[in-house]
Design a protein around this ligand. Structure first.
Ligand code: NIG
Ligand code: FE
Length: 416
């Protein structure tokens, strides 16, 4: 007989029950909220029911009962863009940034992405796994139950494989679920040899990653000084042919054409999009490519502008929010903070922010049928927030509201 857990007593349950696909436009405002006399029944690690307590009670005779005494119960966050495998912080970058330098200027001084590569290459896989495991705990403690994780700080065959193996190992161990993306095209080697590196990516790295089944997606940092649109297309097509679905860092620091490329390839997502133009948004909408917005990086880099969430939502592009957790531009794992920035700086409504941080993230990772909402049959991944109303999550900012996290029906974190 399967284990039953009945959760009662929440002041609100955000089910995000919906149309069984990614949410666009006004659909992003519908959270399908159940009132205080509702319950969630979990059975065998899956959601069995979410609804009025009086109705669910009958299905839950064998259930262990968890009485919450208030709070908001919602799907765990699905963070669709992170770079979590690195050895240490970039504090020199940080100090330079506080003196007023921008991302490119700091990178020129310190090496930027390449300064993180050194530490990762020197680290043993066991050390990296230990660090990733510690970070996985932090994600869980902030209510995130699934992340996408990119490689990209190895930048040679051996070290990119090392990172992806670490991601695989930590993800299999759980409880945080980790969906791996190959980002060998994060930065070209300093001092030229770009063509040789693109060739290495296509001829050696992609086949090795696929041969070992180490990634589901392939990503490229399509940006001036990193990879051109042409190079990005070559790399993504090679990945696609080998079975990796494309996603793309596009129009983050300048408008280069990555968004159009993402649409042309039917990519799972185009990420950042700070400099996307209206026509780019139409193209993404038509292609069904999601926009993964990462405003914590704007915050951290001291940008004066923000990802164009309103225009994207109005254009019908499915919008997701992600932390972009990484040591260079977004050392943050807390999606509650990301939601707050989205509401205060990008004029997303709290409802849109919740949708973007949960169910839309799940669809954009190809896991929408299994994750992201509290609907019967989906995996029981939940966060319990210490607030009476979900709008308080982005409202009281800079703190962790998460009181309990449940992954696959098991309590994996409780605030002491
Ligand atoms: O998403 N854009 C590329 N990657 C990161 C920055 C990585 C780094 O600086 O280490 C980003 O912002
Ligand atoms: Fe990124």
């Amino acid at each position: 007989m399967k284990n039953q857990l009945l959760i009662v007593g929440a002041s609100q349950i955000l089910t995000l029950q919906g149309p069984g696909r990614v949410r666009r436009g006004p659909e992003m405002r519908r959270l399908s909220i159940l009132g205080p006399n509702a319950a969630v029944l979990i059975e065998g690690g899956l959601i069995a029911a979410a609804g009025a307590y009086r109705q669910i009670r009958r299905m839950a005779r064998r259930a262990r009962v968890l009485e919450l005494q208030g709070g908001v119960l919602m799907p765990g966050f699905v963070d669709a863009h992170t770079h979590p495998v690195f050895a240490g912080p970039r504090l020199r970058d940080f100090s330079l940034r506080t003196s007023g330098l921008g991302y490119r200027a700091v990178s020129r001084r310190t090496g930027g992405i390449w300064s993180t590569v050194g530490g990762v290459r020197r680290a043993e896989p066991g050390q990296l796994a230990e660090l990733l495991g510690q970070r996985a705990r932090l994600f869980l403690e902030a209510g995130t139950t699934t992340i996408e994780a990119k490689s990209g700080y190895g930048l040679d065959l051996e070290n990119e494989l090392k990172i992806l193996e670490v991601i695989g190992r930590v993800g299999r161990r759980g409880p945080l679920e980790i969906i791996p993306t190959f980002l060998g095209a994060h930065a070209p080697p300093p001092g030229g040899h770009r063509q040789a590196y693109v060739r290495l990516l296509i001829e050696k790295m992609i086949p090795a990653v696929c041969g070992k089944k180490l990634a589901r997606f392939i990503d490229v940092f399509c940006e001036r000084g990193y990879f051109s649109v042409k190079e990005s297309e070559k790399i993504l097509r090679a990945g696609l042919a080998a079975g990796l679905a494309p996603r793309l860092h596009a129009e983050q620091l300048s408008r280069l054409g990555g968004a159009r490329l993402a649409a042309k390839l039917g990519a799972a997502s185009a990420d950042h999009l700070d400099h996307a133009a209206p026509g780019d948004m139409t193209a993404l909408s038509r292609a069904g490519t999601a926009a993964v917005l990462a405003p914590a990086s704007n915050y951290f880099l001291g940008a004066r502008s923000w990802p164009p969430a309103r225009a994207l939502i109005d254009a019908g592009v499915p919008v997701c929010l992600a932390s972009d957790f990484n040591p260079g531009s977004a050392p943050v794992w807390n999606m509650q903070f990301v939601m707050s920035v989205a509401c205060t700086q990008m004029r997303m409504s709290p409802e849109e922010a919740v949708t973007a941080a949960t169910v839309n993230g799940a669809y954009c990772l190809g896991e929408g049928r299994r994750l992201g909402s509290l609907e019967p049959g989906k995996q029981a991944d939940l966060a319990h927030m210490d607030v009476d109303d979900y709008r308080e999550i982005p409202y009281y900012f800079g703190v962790n509201h998460c009181r309990m996290t449940i992954k696959r029906g098991n309590i994996v974190y409780i605030k002491r």
